[in-house]
Design a protein around this ligand. Structure first.
Ligand code: BES
Ligand code: MN
Ligand code: ZN
Length: 503
């Protein structure tokens, strides 16, 4: 990543652009006022005469200064109402500021933060760290497959200037690690399925996480066969690239407490298998490993910020392809749990991959709780669109913690119902379970999928299932970039752990 964010007491020489902040009364104060006076009122006059800038949240206004001023240009950044500014809104500002600076085509800028007032809820340095986080998240690019454009000069460096710069930097550094975890998740989702197949993906995880102190174990198809993981193996049978299961362990707590388990669906490409999907938009099914990407990204974030938690991440990697070796509707397979599953539709494959991962993590690690993430159903998109992630959980306390973490990170969660009816509706006449609901048909598809997973959760175990089919991959704001991986899940999980499970 090319964008660098620094924190200093005063502006380095030769910075051409300074960003000042303005509340919604549109009045300049402190540093803004000083610059305005030096320019003989140029800035305040520009604000007064601009119909598009009044200091509202996220507005920007660029003002060119006369020659021999301290800066060539000043950008006014609207903060909105002081009382309404909080961390997520400050992040939003950072994102908008990045977009503005990028559109100007500059490579460096300073942001003067002394004019941001501390409030009851947040201190100036906390606002600054959040603006920096939003700025960094927005700077993400996925351009490794484009021939280099020599004329293109991406934005390089933002320096945040203020009296409390050291405190702001201290708050920002761990957040920056979380952003790096988000970037890894986005990279994985954006990576095409011809390069990101299960064996390659498994190797990538090892290479990426082991240097950070995460222990990584890879189960290949032979090992999984020997162990009896018939569900994940069935899904991957039709592909020349065989499945992998990857187990990542971060032991950051001094205490030897049972780990939290994070489980991710990693279907590197979902054609639907023999129950083939329609052709239109099938390219999007490269994102069907979004749950696993969130788990890998979270493990990276935890390691980078030195989280004092014990977490085991486990991802099931498989490619769902039609071929003469592929599993079929009508097959009965045996999962690692011992439960047999009648295959009704090979496109309901994610739940099979998750089933073996869930069993393994419970058998081997006896986790204190389990959270799984999966791009599991189109039905969750029908229900909640691209805005909310459907979250199913058997534990109200965990839900309360997740809701809080969500509010603080702008990754939105909506609680969905678990019901004994849906669990039962996944039982088969000829096997223990079936992978399509018996009577519900397509109605409540996200709920029946959760009902299937529930069969693989041991009694009394705290569990949450996040269906991220709608949130893992969304339309970009640029028309030239059709869709991109969001890295959804990394931030909310990191926050959940940071706020509740560190010691
Ligand atoms: N990977 C898909 C779900 C999906 C759909 C994710 C659209 C992202 C965007 C999943 O494996 C799937 O195919 N689900 C089926 C389940 C059905 C066969 C019960 C679905 O949602 O149609
Ligand atoms: Mn599918
Ligand atoms: Zn799928």
């Amino acid at each position: 990543m090319t964008t660098d964010i620094k924190f200093k007491k005063s502006a380095p020489a030769k910075t051409s652009i300074a960003v000042i902040t303005v509340y919604d009364n549109a009045k300049l104060k402190g540093e803004g006022l000083t610059l305005d006076k030096a320019s003989k009122g140029l800035i305040s006059n520009a604000i007064k005469t601009s119909p598009k800038f009044s200091g509202k949240h996220g507005e920007t206004l660029a003002v060119s200064l006369p020659e021999k001023s301290d800066f060539d240009q000043v950008i006014c950044l609207g903060l909105g109402k002081a009382a309404e500014l909080n961390a997520p809104k400050a992040e939003e500002l950072g994102g908008k500021l990045f977009a503005k600076l990028e559109s100007i085509g500059t490579q460096k800028a300073v942001l003067l933060i002394n004019d941001i007032k501390s409030t009851k809820s947040l201190q100036t340095q906390e606002y600054a760290a959040s603006i920096a986080m939003g700025f960094k998240l927005r700077s993400y690019k996925f351009e490794i497959y484009k021939a280099k454009n020599k004329d293109k000069k991406p934005f390089k460096e933002l320096t945040i200037i203020g009296d409390e710069f050291k405190k702001a930097e201290k708050l920002y550094v761990p957040q920056s690690g979380v952003a790096d975890g988000v970037f890894t998740a986005r990279d994985l989702i954006n990576e095409p399925p011809n390069t990101l197949h299960p064996p390659h993906y498994a190797k990538f995880i090892k290479k990426e996480l082991e240097p950070l102190g995460v222990k990584v174990e890879i189960l290949d198809e032979k090992k999984m066969k020997a162990m009896g993981m018939g569900a994940i193996l069935a899904v991957g049978m039709g592909s020349a690239q065989k499945p992998r299961m990857v187990i990542m362990r971060w032991n950051g707590s001094k205490k030897k407490t049972a780990p939290i388990a994070l489980v991710g669906k990693g279907v590197t490409f979902d054609t639907g298998g023999i129950s083939l999907k329609p052709g239109a938009g099938m390219d999007e099914m490269k994102m069907d490993m979004g749950g696993s990407a969130a788990v890998v990204g979270t493990m990276k974030a935890l390691a980078l910020r030195g989280s004092k938690s014990n977490v085991v991440g486990i991802v099931g990697l498989a490619e769902n392809m039609p071929s003469s070796n592929a599993y079929r509707p009508g097959d009965i397979i045996k999962s690692y749990s011992g439960k047999t599953i009648e295959i009704m539709n090979t496109d309901a494959e994610g739940r099979l991959v998750l089933a073996d991962c869930l069993t393994h993590v419970q058998k081997k690690f006896k986790p204190s709780m389990i959270i799984d993430l999966a791009t599991l159903t189109g039905a969750i998109m029908v229900a909640l669109g691209h805005e909310y992630c459907g979250t199913f959980t058997n534990n109200d306390k965990l839900w309360g913690q997740m809701e809080k973490a969500s509010a603080n990170t702008s990754e939105k969660l909506w609680r969905m119902p678990l019901d004994p009816f849906w669990k039962q509706d996944m039982e088969s006449n000829v096997a223990d379970l079936r992978n399509l609901a018996r009577t519900s048909g397509r109605w409540g598809g996200a709920c029946t999928a959760a009902g299937f997973l529930e069969h693989f959760i041991e009694d009394g175990t705290t569990w949450a299932h996040m269906d991220i089919a709608g949130t893992a991959y969304i339309k970009a704001d640029k028309p030239t970039v059709p869709k991109f991986g969001t890295g959804f899940g990394v931030r909310v999980l990191d926050r959940l752990i940071a706020d509740n499970y560190e010691s």
